[in-house]
Ligand binder design. Structure first.
Ligand SMILES: [Zn+2]
Ligand SMILES: [Zn+2]
Length: 266
């Protein structure tokens, strides 16, 4: 049983066949999903999808790409959404100095505001970071992220960054790139980390594992990523599935996961 800690299932990429995508994932052993907003509109969509599907939870936030939209009015609306019952985290938020789609100072301001929102509502954060790890971890430390916890999603840093993240109380999330033959540094990071601090994700519709590169990603592919993590750690797949699901459920304060959530009650 796996939990997909980072998905964008409300994305238009799934509009044509969302029920089939979810059915394939459930059949593949994915027992829960976190669908994550990246701006105000997608945060509203994430909350709506979580309200309709018992095994989907929502997160609301403004992505660093969209940080320029995080004005006072938008942040107020986000704060209202953040208090909805099936919203279990604030995200995705963070810093992206690779694509720089919003000015860096604006990205940092939006990150600080949303870390403060997370503390105000007592929910963990989902952190996106590309080529900005030093700044991201500094801001997280200054804003007391340890009080709520969080996940460094689609981890792309080195071992030193991972250890700093662990020191801040964060979990490390491994995504499809761990299956790429070129991902040697990420493989080394996974081998060095305690299973008690790892979670797995798809980031669908983006970043498919190796067999599906170039195609749309979906949660049914999550077992391939988890199997690679198990291989790197030298433990059985079921051990990785159980540990990563428990780690996610603890952080997000979820009820215990059950397989076959669509099954009729006994
Ligand atoms: Zn991201
Ligand atoms: Zn994402």
């Amino acid at each position: 049983m796996l939990f997909d800690t980072h998905a964008h299932l409300h994305d238009a990429a799934f509009d044509a066949d969302r029920p089939a995508v979810l059915a394939r994932a459930r059949a593949a052993g994915v027992a829960g999903f976190l669908t994550i907003g990246t701006d105000e509109g997608t945060s509203v969509a994430a909350v709506a999808l979580a309200a309709a599907e018992p095994d989907i939870y929502a997160a609301v936030g403004i992505h660093p790409h969209d940080a320029s939209t995080a004005d006072g009015t938008t942040l107020e609306r986000l704060a209202t959404l953040a208090r909805a019952p099936r919203v279990v985290a604030i995200g995705e938020i963070g810093l992206d100095y690779y694509r720089d789609l919003s000015p860096r100072a604006v990205q940092r301001t939006a990150l600080v505001a949303q870390l403060q929102l997370a503390r105000a509502v007592g929910k963990p954060v989902l952190l996106h970071c590309r080529e900005a790890h030093a700044d991201l971890l500094d801001v997280c430390l200054a804003e007391g992220v340890a009080a709520v916890g969080g996940i460094l999603h689609c981890f792309s840093g080195d071992l030193e960054v991972a250890r700093r993240g662990l020191d801040l109380g964060l979990l490390i999330s491994i995504a499809g790139p761990v299956t790429y033959p070129s991902a040697r540094r990420l493989a080394e990071v996974v081998r060095a980390l305690p299973l008690g601090r790892l979670v797995v994700e798809t980031d669908c519709p983006y970043l498919p594992p190796q067999p599906w590169r170039g195609q749309r990603n979906e949660p049914a592919y999550l077992p391939v990523t988890a199997a690679r993590v198990a291989e790197l750690l030298g433990v059985p797949m079921r051990t990785v599935a159980a540990a990563t699901s428990e780690n996610a459920a603890r952080l997000l304060a979820l009820p215990p996961l059950r397989s076959g959530p669509a099954a009729s009650p006994a």
